[in-house]
Design a protein around this ligand. Structure first.
Ligand code: PGA
Length: 263
C-alpha cells in the first residue's frame, strides 16, 4: 500500500513533494526524474525551484523524461508538453534542456516513437523518481480507462473527459488534440519511486477508486497499489471519499514521530 499523506492545500503538498525530490537529487546528483504536466505538479516544481536556489543544489547532471505529449502538436506550440516542461520545470529549476526529454509527437514513422522513447529511458538507466497527477477519470499519464496494466509508451486516443478537462489550456474544446503519446502503465511501474498528487473535490472519486478500489485497467491510477515505493500526497478535498483516511493520518503522524523529517 502506498503511503498516503493528507495535507491542507496544494502549497503544503508541493513542499512535501519537493522535499522528496530534493533529497533524491542530493543523494544522487545524476538522478533521472519522471516529469508530469497539468496543474497538479506546479506547486511542487515551484517549491523545488526555491529549494534548488536557496540550498544551491547541483542539478547539472539531472535528467528528465516527461510522461506524455500530444500527437501532431509541434514542439514549439505553447501548449505542447515540450513547451510546458521547458516553462514549468527546465527553466525554473535550471536543468540543462538537452537532458530533458518528451515523447516525440510529430515526425516520420510516428508509430515507432513509443519504442524509441522506451529505449531512451532504458539507456538512461530508468526513472528514479516519477511525479504523477491523476485525471478525474482515473488516468495517469494519458493512460485512459481500459489501458493495459503492462502497457509501454504508445499512441492513445484521448478520452472526451480528458479533452474537456484540458480545454482550459486551449482556446476551445475543438482545439484540444484528439490523440497523444504516453508512457504506459508498465513504464510507470518500472520507475523506482512514485509520488502521486491530487487536489480538489473533482479528484476525490478517482483518488478513492485508485487507492481503495480493486487494481483494474478501468482505473489506471490503481496501478500505484502494485508499486513497492509510492507516496500519495493529497489535500482534504481530494481525500474526501477515502474510507481509511483516519488510518492514513495516524500512520503518517507516527512515521514522523519515528523518523522526524523536516518538511
Ligand atoms: P491536472 O491533470 O493536474 O491538470 O489536474 C492531471 C492529469 O490529467 O493527470
Amino acid at each position: 500500500m502506498a503511503e498516503v499523506i493528507i495535507v491542507r492545500d496544494p502549497i503544503e503538498a508541493g513542499r512535501v513533494a519537493a522535499a522528496i525530490f530534493a533529497q533524491q537529487i542530493i543523494a544522487n546528483p545524476a538522478t533521472v526524474l519522471g516529469l508530469a504536466t497539468g496543474s497538479t505538479p506546479l506547486s511542487t516544481y515551484a517549491a523545488l525551484a526555491t529549494m534548488v536556489r536557496e540550498d544551491s543544489i547541483d542539478v547539472s547532471r539531472v535528467r528528465g523524461f516527461a510522461l506524455d505529449e500530444y500527437l501532431a502538436v509541434p514542439p514549439e506550440h505553447p501548449e505542447s508538453y515540450r513547451s510546458v516542461i521547458t516553462r514549468e520545470v527546465v527553466e525554473p529549476l535550471g536543468l540543462i534542456p538537452e537532458h530533458v526529454f518528451t515523447p516525440r509527437g510529430t515526425g516520420p514513422d510516428i508509430t515507432r516513437a513509443g519504442a524509441e522513447y522506451e529505449a531512451m529511458i532504458t539507456e538512461a538507466g530508468g526513472v528514479d523518481l516519477q511525479i504523477l497527477g491523476i485525471g478525474s477519470n482515473g488516468h495517469v499519464g494519458f493512460n485512459e480507462p481500459g489501458s493495459s496494466l503492462a502497457s509501454t509508451t504508445r499512441i492513445k486516443a484521448l478520452a472526451e473527459q480528458t479533452r474537456a478537462d484540458n480545454a482550459r489550456f486551449f482556446g476551445s474544446l475543438e482545439e484540444v488534440p484528439t490523440h497523444c503519446i504516453t508512457q504506459g502503465l508498465g513504464t510507470i511501474l518500472r520507475a523506482r519511486q512514485l509520488v502521486l498528487l491530487a487536489f480538489g473535490t473533482g479528484k476525490a472519486r478517482a483518488v478513492a477508486a485508485a487507492l481503495e478500489g480493486p487494481v483494474s485497467s478501468a482505473v489506471p491510477g490503481s496501478v500505484i497499489q502494485q508499486h513497492p515505493r509510492a507516496t500519495v500526497i493529497i489535500d482534504e478535498d481530494a481525500a474526501a471519499r477515502l474510507v481509511h483516511a483516519e488510518y492514513y493520518r495516524h500512520a503518517w503522524r507516527s512515521a514522523q514521530d519515528l523518523l522526524p523529517v523536516d518538511f
